[in-house]
Design a binder for this molecule. Structure first.
Ligand SMILES: Cc1ncc(COP(=O)(O)OP(=O)(O)O)c(N)n1
Ligand code: 3NM
Ligand code: MG
Length: 222
């Protein structure tokens, strides 16, 4: 295996859906299958928050969702839990500033995809140096999906990172919807990462399709 190429990573980040059982009003497998039908390009299993599954139940749900992703060629990323990612032979791991050190995680996962959260230039540079394949920047807009989210920074944070030479694949997260996705792409993000815009939608398929359209039309206009 070799590390993912930057251009491939950028493509996969276009519409990056994140979800766990607590985010879904209907069975997670149904939500994921619909989101895939709508055109999502990457999936992150994030089993976190009040009521989240643990132990065997968490493992079984992860396995079920990974199977759905595999059937459709969608890479499967695990949030926070490096040991789970290794046990499942997932495609990658996403970690934040409060999680295990990025260099240690890179050493553990070899060439699997490594995503790291960054909230400012210093963190973005450190993530690049530690071997991140992409950075997740947020929250861009206010979000209710992360209990300990920081203050929303707006799309300007993406412009700032790009202006200061952060050239690696970058995905915007936090309060992103089909209505504001275009402005984060215009600011320099390669893609958008969402929980509620898809998981809370009455039709996850339609919601995903609207996000795909918004991202694509903003890229065409660039
Ligand atoms: C794509 C992406 N970007 C950012 C995050 C947030 O990660 P983190 O700061 O570790 O917070 P938790 O998601 O673990 O609560 C993410 N998960 N994905
Ligand atoms: C998981 C996560 N990380 C964030 C960050 O700022 O790092 S914001 C966030 C939640 C995103 O959910 P929604 O699309 O529903 O706003
Ligand atoms: Mg984390």
């Amino acid at each position: 295996m070799t590390r993912i190429a930057s251009d491939t990573m950028r493509e996969q980040l276009k519409v990056y859906f994140i979800m766990g059982s607590v985010n879904c009003a209907k069975p997670p497998a149904e939500v994921l299958a619909e989101a895939i039908a709508g055109g999502i390009t990457l999936f992150q299993f994030r089993e976190k928050g009040s009521g989240a599954l643990v132990g065997e139940q968490k493992y079984e749900l992860a396995k079920q969702l990974q199977h759905i992703c595999r059937e459709h060629g969608i890479p499967f990323i695990v949030n926070d839990d490096v040991e789970l990612a290794l046990a499942l032979d997932a495609d990658g791991v996403h970690i934040g500033q409060e999680d295990e050190d990025a260099r240690i995680v890179r050493a553990k996962i070899g060439d699997k995809i490594l995503g790291v959260s960054a909230h400012n230039l210093e963190e973005a540079r450190a993530a690049m140096d530690a071997g991140a394949d992409y950075i997740g920047v947020g929250p861009i807009y206010p979000t209710k999906s992360k209990e300990d989210a920081k203050k929303a920074q707006g799309p300007e944070i993406i412009r700032l990172l790009r202006r200061h030479g952060i050239a690696i694949p970058l995905v915007a997260i936090g309060g992103v919807t089909a209505d504001n996705a275009g402005e984060v792409i215009a600011a320099g993000a390669d893609g958008v990462s969402v929980i509620s815009a898809i998981a809370s939608a009455s039709s996850p398929e339609t919601a995903a399709r609207q996000l795909v359209r918004a991202v694509q039309s903003s890229k065409k206009g660039a």
